[in-house]
Write a protein that binds this ligand. Structure first.
Ligand SMILES: Nc1ncnc2c1ncn2[C@@H]1O[C@H](COP(=O)(O)OP(=O)(O)OP(=O)(O)O)[C@@H](O)[C@H]1O
Length: 607
């Protein structure tokens, strides 16, 4: 049967009234729904597409160019004055070498939130101005969670008033928190270790930039802690970009420096303008010339034929074998300066030397008496019998003498200057290792003298006593300043973190003051004796001994005299985080092997 097609309802078939009714009853909702739906779909499709596009383009941007730091805001001086309640003492956070830092409450509309730290340069300081500009130049460009960010600045050229506005670091600097015991939280080992890693990360970031940035003044007072005790690096007043690429090959066998490839490059950073709003440009193609030279470590010290007089004392300190006389007590009094009560040193050392001399005299005369008491026959028989005893005695003597010599030579070698050439300024400089305030106060009085060393007003003098690397101290030759200077300073900072002591510290039991006064020497001594654990701060809670010893080993690697022997900051970070195998102690610091005293072998043979 043929199927019957249903008659399509044609408007003609429908009564006009019905047709009208249907269209008016069904069409509007249907049409509007359809239109709405299609509109919705097309719109959402478009949105998805554009979103995908935006996301992919953002990914391209982020992979090719680093996120741009928002431009620094220029504040009027009056805004900062209002924010700090006219730089009131109650708002003072600290005092630096060239200015004071105040807590400031900025109006909500300003960039950088409401609470900031405002560093105001003391007026009239040329060196201060230079540092401020340098700081602005670097900090304004650096963008890392491990670097204290600069929010803005204020300048009044006429009155030479400069101010820098930073993000607020609620827990202040590491020097106060750790060494002045202002933050009990830092007795927790985990926190301290995290600070160590944070700082390593920050420095590694700086060194990883192109061209690498050298901080040049790494020390606890330049490490600031935020509310959660995350550490950030501050104070770029002495920072610089490395202008020279030095690759050094070290012959593993002889530990000699074999060759040095020097690529003299123009700095990629261009200091277009030395005003506080200097522009930092990056050159696209720096011209490079390469020269190959052979140097010995000796040459490295006296590069370009320059005798580093200012550095001599430091080389001695680093165990460079500086001679010179000077007794231990002279050395300590000179070295520790006013921190040590001279009378005490004189009294105790004199008393100690007197009593030990008396004891020795007594012992010797007893032995002599005993020897003389023997008649010839007895002597012959007893000689044989007692040979061992005599040998033991000599052996004892030998050991004592050796110990005394090493102790003295170590102190002499650690000496700032065993001669009279020690200047009051270099004492000042040492004092910074004891207490930053003393140095700051002194430096404030002679603002335009050098930032460091206190020996010359050359701005290339960089770093702070005890933290500055030997090759950077008094480095008029900029070739000597490399990332390894920061590595050295980091080594000192790491020891300070683990031990909770200053690099120069005269606290502790009287009998151990001399031994422990120089943190670096003490660490080396403990390493040789295989007793590194003794350096760890006794006040630490929840200590991970293994991690603490690892830190000391890393520090000793960083503190090596020769910059080429020091690890890179990347390696330091790798060792600390476990990404790299833990370090060995530098060869010369490995615990000494069994004594090579000849009697021992003979005795063994006899047995
Ligand atoms: N962003 C900040 N947040 C909180 N406190 C700060 C901030 N910046 C600096 N301070 C405090 O102010 C002190 C002085 O800082 P400043 O950078 O001027 O000097 P410094 O680094 O201690 O010394 P110098 O400049 O002589 O090396 C710091 O030690 C710190 O306690």
């Amino acid at each position: 049967m043929p199927s019957r097609a249903l008659p399509s309802p044609s408007p003609a078939n429908l009564p006009p009234s019905t047709h009208h009714e249907t269209t008016t009853r069904i069409s509007p909702p249907l049409i509007s729904a359809a239109v709405g739906l299609s509109l919705f779909f097309t719109l959402s499709l478009c949105f998805c597409k554009s979103n995908r596009k935006r996301r992919s383009s953002a990914a391209v941007v982020s992979s090719s160019t680093p996120p741009q730091k928002p431009p620094l805001q220029e504040f009027s001086y009056s805004t900062l004055r209002r924010a700090t309640a006219s730089f009131s003492p109650e708002n003072k956070l600290g005092q630096g070498g060239f200015g004071s830092v105040f807590r400031g409450d900025l109006p909500r509309s300003s960039i950088g939130g409401s609470v900031v730290a405002v560093k105001v340069m003391d007026s009239g300081s040329l060196q201060g101005e230079r540092e401020f500009q340098n700081e602005l130049l670097f900090a304004g460009k650096l963008d890392s969670p491990r670097v204290v960010s600069v929010v803005g600045f204020s300048r009044d050229r006429k009155r030479r008033r400069l101010a820098l506005v930073y993000e607020m670091m609620e827990n202040g600097n590491l020097q106060d928190a750790l060494l002045h015991r202002k933050a009990p939280e830092l007795t927790e080992w985990k926190r301290r270790f995290r600070v160590a890693v944070d700082v390593a990360r920050g420095i590694e970031h700086l060194h990883g930039l192109n061209p690498p940035v050298i901080h040049g003044d790494l020390k606890p007072s330049n490490v600031l802690l935020d509310r959660g005790f995350n550490a950030k690096i501050a104070d770029f007043g002495l920072a610089r970009v490395r202008s020279e690429q030095v690759t050094v090959t070290v012959n593993d066998e002889s530990n000699d420096v074999e060759s040095v490839m020097t690529n003299t490059t123009e700095s990629n950073f261009e200091f277009a303008d030395q005003s506080p709003v200097s522009v930092c440009k990056v050159n696209e193609s720096p011209e490079t010339t390469a020269t190959s030279v052979s140097v010995s470590p000796e040459m490295e010290v006296k590069r370009n034929g320059k005798e580093m007089e200012n550095r001599d004392w430091w080389w001695k300190q680093e165990g460079g074998g500086g001679g010179g006389g000077g007794k231990v007590e002279d050395y300590v009094t000179q070295w520790i300066g006013s921190e040590v009560k001279k009378e005490w040193i004189a009294e105790t050392s004199e008393a100690a030397s007197l009593s030990s001399a008396k004891m020795e005299k007594k012992k010797s005369s007893k032995r002599l008496e005993w020897w003389l008491s023997l008649d010839e026959e007895d002597k012959k028989t007893k000689k044989k019998k007692n040979r061992r005893m005599v040998r033991e005695w000599w052996k004892d003597e030998y050991r004592k003498k050796k110990k005394k010599n090493t102790l003295e030579s170590e102190f002499q070698s650690d000496d700032v200057s065993s001669s009279n050439s020690i200047t009051s300024s270099s004492i000042d400089w040492w004092l910074d290792g004891l207490s930053g305030e003393q140095w700051r106060a002194r430096r404030k009085n002679s603002r335009d003298s050098a930032k460091s060393c206190g020996v010359s007003s050359t701005p290339s003098m960089r770093g702070t006593m005890c933290y500055v690397a030997p090759e950077c101290c008094g480095a008029n030759n900029i070739d000597d300043v490399s990332e390894k200077c920061d590595v050295y300073s980091y080594g000192v900072l790491l020891l300070v973190l683990v031990s909770g002591r200053r690099p120069l510290d005269v606290s502790g039991p009287a009998s151990e003051i001399i031994q422990r006064a120089n943190l670096m020497s003490w660490a080396r001594k403990l390493a040789r004796g295989g007793r590194l654990g003794e350096l760890v701060d006794e006040k630490l809670q929840c200590l991970d001994q293994e991690q603490a010893v690892l830190c000391i080993k890393v520090a000793l690697q960083c503190l090596q005299r020769s910059p080429v022997s020091r690890p890179s900051m990347k390696d330091v970070l790798g060792m600390l985080t476990g990404a790299m195998s833990p370090p060995e102690l530098p060869r010369e610091l490995s615990p000494s092997p069994q004594s090579q005293f000849p009697f021992k072998t003979r005795r063994k043979q006899r047995r």
